[in-house]
Design a protein around this ligand. Structure first.
Ligand code: SAM
Length: 297
C-alpha cells in the first residue's frame, strides 16, 4: 500500500493552483510542468492518470507550481523553449524566444536563398539565447554567422545552444556594445568582408514603460534585453547609423520592432539613407519586422 499521489491528482492540484492565482491556461501550464519535470510525454499523462508519483518527485513538481504561481515563466522553470523547430536552453540571463521572432529568421533565410548566395555572411545583434543566429545557421548550412551581445551571461547560454544544435563551428560569438567590436576590427572580423545580412531584435521598451509590463516579463526577464533607452528606439538608431560601414551594398538589415514602433523606425531609417523593403506582420496582424536596404542614389 502506498500513499503516493497519482499523476492525475497532481495535475488537478496544479490546475487549481493556477486557476486561483490567475495564471493563464491553468491546465496546459500544469500539464507542461508535470511532463517536463517527470520526463513524461502527453500520451502517458493522459492514458495513465492513476500512475503513482513518488513523494520526492511530487515535491519537485509542487515547488515548480509555486514558482509559476509567483509569476516565473514556465520556460525558466523547465529551462527550455522551442524556436524555429529547435530546442534552446533558457536561463534568467536570456530573453525567452518569442514566436514572432521566427519571421526574422525566415526573412534572412529567404533573402540568402533567393539570391543564391553561396556562403552568406550574417550577423545577429543582441543574440540573447542565440535563437535567431542558430536557427539561421541551421537552415543555411553554408552560412558564416556572427552573433554578438553586450551580456557575457547571454553569450555563454548562446554558445551552449550552438553546440546543442550542431552549428557551433559556423558561429562566432562576440561580446560587443551593438556594432562597436565589428567596427573596430576586433574579434578577427574584418570590416572589408562585408555582411550580406544584419538581423536584430534589440531591446525596445522605453525606460518609463518597464513598470507597466506584465510581471512575468518585468520581474523575470533580464532588463538589458528589454529596455532600449529612455525612448526605447535608441538601439535601432545606433544600428541604422553604424550598419552601413559593414553591410554589403546589396545587403539587408532586418529588425523586429515593438508593436507601436514600425512607422517611427521606418521614418528614422529613411532619414538615415535606408529604404524599407517590407514590413512583415506578426500573428496578430501588427507590423513587427522591418526589412531595409541602403537607398540608391
Ligand atoms: C530583445 S532581446 C533579443 C534576444 C534574442 N535575439 C531573441 O530574439 O530572443 C535583446 C538582446 O540584446 C542585448 N543587448 C542589449 N543592449 C545591447 C547592446 N548595447 N549591445 C549588444 N547587445 C545588447 C540583450 O542582452 C539581449 O540579449
Amino acid at each position: 500500500m502506498t500513499n503516493d499521489i497519482s499523476l492525475g491528482e497532481l495535475l488537478r492540484q496544479g490546475t487549481e493552483i493556477f486557476r486561483n492565482t490567475l495564471v493563464p491556461q491553468p491546465q496546459q501550464t500544469a500539464s507542461l510542468l508535470v511532463r517536463a519535470l517527470l520526463k513524461l510525454d502527453l500520451a502517458t499523462l493522459i492514458a495513465h492518470p492513476e500512475r503513482p508519483v513518488a513523494e520526492a518527485d511530487a515535491e519537485r513538481v509542487r515547488a515548480a507550481f509555486d514558482r509559476r504561481a509567483d509569476g516565473e515563466p514556465a520556460q525558466y522553470i523547465i529551462g527550455v523553449q522551442e524556436f524555429y523547430g529547435l530546442e534552446f536552453k533558457v536561463t534568467p540571463d536570456v530573453l525567452i524566444p518569442r514566436p514572432e521572432t521566427e519571421f526574422l529568421v525566415e526573412i534572412a533565410v529567404e533573402f540568402c536563398q533567393e539570391r543564391n548566395l553561396a556562403a552568406p555572411r550574417i550577423l545577429d545583434v543582441g543574440t540573447g539565447s542565440g535563437c535567431i543566429a542558430i536557427s539561421i545557421a541551421h537552415a543555411l548550412p553554408q552560412a558564416q554567422v556572427w552573433a554578438c551581445d553586450i551580456s557575457p551571461g547571454a553569450l555563454a547560454v548562446a554558445r551552449e545552444n550552438a553546440l546543442r544544435n550542431g552549428v557551433a563551428e559556423r558561429l562566432k560569438f562576440v561580446e560587443s556594445d551593438y556594432l562597436s567590436a565589428f567596427l573596430g576590427n576586433a574579434s578577427g572580423f574584418s570590416a572589408s568582408d562585408r555582411l550580406d545580412v544584419i538581423v536584430s531584435n534589440p531591446p525596445y521598451v522605453a525606460e518609463h514603460e518597464l513598470s507597466g509590463l506584465q510581471r512575468e516579463v518585468r520581474d523575470f526577464e533580464p532588463v538589458t534585453s528589454l529596455v532600449g533607452g529612455p525612448e526605447g528606439i535608441e538601439g535601432y538608431v545606433n544600428l541604422l547609423e553604424t550598419a552601413p560601414a559593414i553591410l554589403a551594398p546589396q545587403g539587408i538589415f532586418a529588425c523586429e520592432v515593438g508593436f507601436t514602433q514600425a512607422e517611427r523606425i521606418s521614418q528614422i531609417a529613411q532619414t538615415l539613407g535606408w529604404t524599407c523593403l517590407k514590413m512583415t506582420d506578426d500573428l496578430q496582424g501588427i507590423p513587427r519586422i522591418l526589412t531595409f536596404k541602403r537607398t540608391e542614389h
